[in-house]
Design a protein around this ligand. Structure first.
Ligand SMILES: [Cu+2]
Length: 627
C-alpha cells in the first residue's frame, strides 16, 4: 500500500514514470544482487569502498526480458547492481566510502553514517563529481543506504527510476554470527504498456517473481533472513506453512533486537515503508513454500489469465494452451500465477525422516458456488457442511467460520461449483505443502492442482495450535477474494466450545482489488448491522483483514475517546508479554493479518466501530450497542 503522499503524486507519477522509463537507453547492464558478498576491502578495522552512481539497463524479469532504464549503484569499475553493493561490517568498523556521481543529474546520498543516527542529512554530489565520507558503523543491525536523483528526497518516497538506488548496510555484532540472507525489496512505478503489463515493478534482490532466487533449505534447518523495505509502500510479508519469529525491527536510523521472551511469532509481519526486520524460521515440512507480500497488487498481474494446473504428476500433465503460452512468455512456470514480491523456498526432506499422514477423524466440506448478489463484480457463496449440518454464506459475501479442534486430524474437501478454477489456502496452518492451496506448489512427488470447475480437492491437516486463522482463495483472480471466497478458520483447544454469543468475528474485506477500493466490507456486508453486547461481559474479538489490498485503520470508540481492549494473539500465536497488554482499541493492520483481543464494555453505551483505508477513500462505520 503506498502511503497517502503517494496518492497526491499518482497522476504526476504516470507522466514522470513514462519519462523515467523512456530515457535514452544506457548500455550498462545492471545485475541482480543476491547480497551474498560484501563490497570493498576490510583491513585493520577499516572498510574501504568506492561506489559509483550511473544509469543502466535493468531486467527485473528474465535476463532477456523487458528492459527498464534506471539508476543504480555499483563499485567503481564493476557492473551496476540492484540492490547496490552490500556494505557489511562487524561492529566497530570504520567505513571509508567514496562515491562518484556519473549520472547526468545531481544525486543526494543518504544513510552513510553511524547508527543509530539521523541519515537524513544527505551528501549532495553534482553530476561528474565525487565525495568521500568516513564514519564508524555503530550499533549492530539491519540498515540501508540510498540516493535520490529524481524522486522526492524524503526517505521512503522513491518510486521513479531512482527507486532502486539503494543497498543493504549490515552491522554484525562481535563474535560468531549465525548465517543469514539479506533481501532488499524494491518497488518502482512503471508505465503499463505492451512491454510492462503492470504499473508497478516489485522486486526482491533485483528480480521479480518468478525470476527471484529460489532458496533451498532442509526440513528443520534454522533460517535467518534480513528483510529491507526501502520502498514507498508498506508490505505485509506472509510466510506459508510456518510461523517466523521477528528477531529485530528497525528502519534507516536504528534497529531494535528482541531477546527470546520478547520475540513475536507471526505468519505476516507488516513491514512499514522504510523499515527493516530480521526473521527466523524453521520449516517443518518439505516442499515449495511461499514468502510473499499479501497485497494482491504486489504479487499478481491482473492482465494475465489464472493458471489452471490439472491434477497429476508433473510429467503426465497436459497444460492448457494459455498456460503453455504464459509459461513460454515468462520462460518458466510460476506457482499460482504469481508475480512480483514472491520468494520461494524449496525445503528438502530431512534424510531418514518420514511423516505418516494421519487418518482424518473429522470430515468437512467447503462448497463454493456463485453468489446471488447482482453487481458489477461477481460475488461468491461458501457453505460449510459436516454430516447433515450445513451453514451457508446467506446474503454475505464471506464464508461461515470453520471451527476445528487442535490435535484432531481433519479433512476439508473444497467443492468447486463455479465455472472457474479455484484453490483454498489455509492461512497460518502448519500443514503439508501439498494441501497449502498454492497451485503448482507442493512437493516433488505431489504437485498441488487447482480445483477445476465441477471437481473437488481434499485438504488434510492436524492443527497444532489453537487460535484464529483464515481460509481464503489463493487464486490469482482477485475477484474471488473481493467476491467473498474467504472466512475465519477457528482452532479450539480440546474441550473448548465455540460460543458465537461471546466470540465475535470482525472480518474486513473489500469489494475490489487495488489500493483505492470504493467499498470495504465487515463480515461480508457493505452496511454491517450493529453488534449487540452486554455490559460487564467479556468478549473475544477475532479481527481479520482479508481485503485484496488494504492497509486498514480499525478503531472501537471515537477518535477522541477510543475504547480499551486487551491484546491476546497475532496470526494465531500468543503474544509475548511486552505486547499482551491492554491499550487503546485502535489497530493499523494490513491484508493477511489476524489479531485477537479481549473486550469488556463496562457501561450501557453505543460504541462506534470504524475501519478506514489509509487514503480515506473507503470506510466502514458500524457500532457496538451495549445494553
Ligand atoms: Cu507489497
Amino acid at each position: 500500500m503506498p502511503t497517502s503522499r503517494f496518492l497526491c503524486g499518482l497522476v504526476l507519477i504516470y507522466i514522470l514514470a513514462g519519462v523515467a522509463v523512456a530515457q535514452s537507453p544506457a548500455s550498462d547492464e545492471i545485475l541482480a544482487n543476491q547480497n551474498r558478498t560484501p563490497a570493498g576491502k576490510l583491513e585493520n578495522g577499516v572498510l574501504t569502498v568506492h561506489l559509483e552512481i550511473r544509469s543502466g539497463t535493468w531486467h527485473a524479469e528474465a535476463d532477456d526480458g523487458p528492459p527498464l532504464y534506471v539508476q543504480a549503484f555499483g563499485e567503481a569499475g564493476q557492473p551496476l547492481s540492484i540492490p547496490g553493493p552490500l556494505l557489511r561490517v562487524p561492529e566497530g568498523t570504520t567505513l571509508k566510502v567514496a562515491i562518484d556521481n556519473k549520472y547526468k543529474k545531481p544525486a543526494t546520498v543518504f544513510g552513510l553514517n553511524t547508527r543509530p543516527g539521523d541519515p537524513k542529512a544527505g551528501i549532495a554530489i553534482p553530476p561528474g563529481e565525487s565525495r568521500e565520507t568516513t564514519f564508524v558503523a555503530g550499533a549492530p543491525g539491519t540498515y540501508y543506504y540510498w540516493a535520490r536523483t529524481v524522486s522526492p528526497e524524503k526517505a521512503g518516497e522513491a518510486y521513479l527510476a531512482d527507486a532502486q538506488l539503494n543497498g543493504a548496510f549490515i552491522v554484525d555484532p562481535p563474535g560468531d554470527v549465525p548465517p543469514d540472507r539479506v533481501f532488499v525489496l524494491n518497488l518502482m512505478v512503471t508505465l503499463a504498456d505492451a512491454l510492462h503489463p503492470r504499473f508497478e515493478t516489485a522486486t526482491i534482490n533485483g528480480k521479480s517473481y518468478p525470476h527471484t532466487e529460489m532458496v533451498q533449505y532442509t526440513e528443520g534447518e534454522t533460517i535467518r533472513w534480513r528483510i529491507i523495505n526501502p520502498t514507498v509502500s508498506e508490505h505485509p510479508m506472509h510466510l506459508h506453512g510456518a510461523f517466523y519469529k521477528v528477531l529485530s525491527l528497525g528502519d534507516y536510523e536504528s534497529d531494535t533486537a528482541y531477546s527470546e521472551p520478547d520475540r513475536q511469532s507471526v505468519v505476516t509481519q507488516n513491514l512499514m515503508d522504510g523499515h527493516t526486520m530480521m526473521m527466523e524460521w524453521a520449516p517443518g515440512h518439505e516442499g515449495r513454500w511461499l514468502f510473499h507480500c499479501h497485497f494482491h497488487t504486489h504479487v499478481s498481474d491482473s492482465e494475465r489469465v489464472p493458471v489452471f494446473m490439472p491434477a497429476g504428476k508433473p510429467d503426465d500433465q497436459t497444460l492448457p494452451t494459455r498456460q503453455e503460452e504464459i509459461a513460454h512468455s515468462i520462460g518458466m512456470m510460476t506457482m499460482n500465477d504469481m508475480f512480483g514480491l514472491v520468494l520461494v523456498t524449496n525445503v528438502l526432506p530431512k534424510p531418514g525422516e518420514t511423516h505418516a499422514e494421519a487418518v482424518p477423524v473429522r470430515k468437512i466440506d467447503l462448497v463454493i458456488e456463485p453468489g446471488t448478489e447482482s453487481g458489477k463484480r461477481p460475488t461468491f457463496s461458501c457453505a460449510v457442511r459436516e454430516g447433515r449440518k450445513l451453514v451457508a454464506s446467506q446474503d454475505k459475501s464471506m464464508g461461515p467460520p470453520i471451527v476445528v479442534i487442535r490435535g484432531q486430524p481433519t479433512e476439508i474437501t473444497v467443492v468447486n461449483r463455479l465455472s472457474l478454477p479455484t484453490t483454498i489456502h489455509w492461512h497460518g496452518l502448519e500443514l503439508d505443502a501439498y494441501y497449502d492451496g498454492v497451485v503448482g506448489g507442493g512437493t516433488a512427488s505431489r504437485v498441488t492442482p487447482s480445483v477445476a470447475p465441477g471437481s473437488s480437492f481434499a485438504a488434510r491437516f492436524t492443527p497444532n495450535r489453537a487460535g484464529t486463522f483464515i481460509y481464503h482463495t489463493h487464486a490469482a483472480d482477485a475477484d474471488q477474494l473481493s467476491g467473498g471466497i474467504y472466512g475465519a478458520l477457528i482452532v479450539l483447544d480440546p474441550g473448548e466450545k465455540y460460543d458465537p454469543d461471546h466470540d465475535k468475528l470482525l472480518v474486513v474485506g473489500a469489494r475490489e482489488s487495488g489500493f483505492f477500493p470504493k467499498q470495504l466490507t465487515l463480515n461480508g456486508a457493505a452496511e454491517p448491522e450493529p453488534l449487540l453486547f452486554h455490559h460487564g461481559v467479556k468478549y473475544h474479538l477475532r479481527l481479520i483483514n482479508i481485503a485484496p489490498d488494504l492497509a486498514a485503520d480499525f478503531r472501537l470508540g471515537s477518535k477522541d475517546h477510543p475504547a480499551t481492549w486487551l491484546a491476546l494473539a497475532k496470526d494465531g500465536a500468543i503474544l509475548p508479554p511486552r505486547l499482551a497488554r491492554s491499550g487503546e482499541a485502535t489497530l493499523h493492520f494490513d491484508s493477511g493479518e489476524v489479531y485477537d483481543f479481549e473486550f469488556q464494555p463496562e457501561a450501557i453505551a453505543e460504541i462506534p466501530l470504524e475501519v478506514d483505508n489509509s487514503f480515506g477513500e473507503a470506510k466502514i462505520i458500524s457500532k457496538i450497542i451495549v445494553h
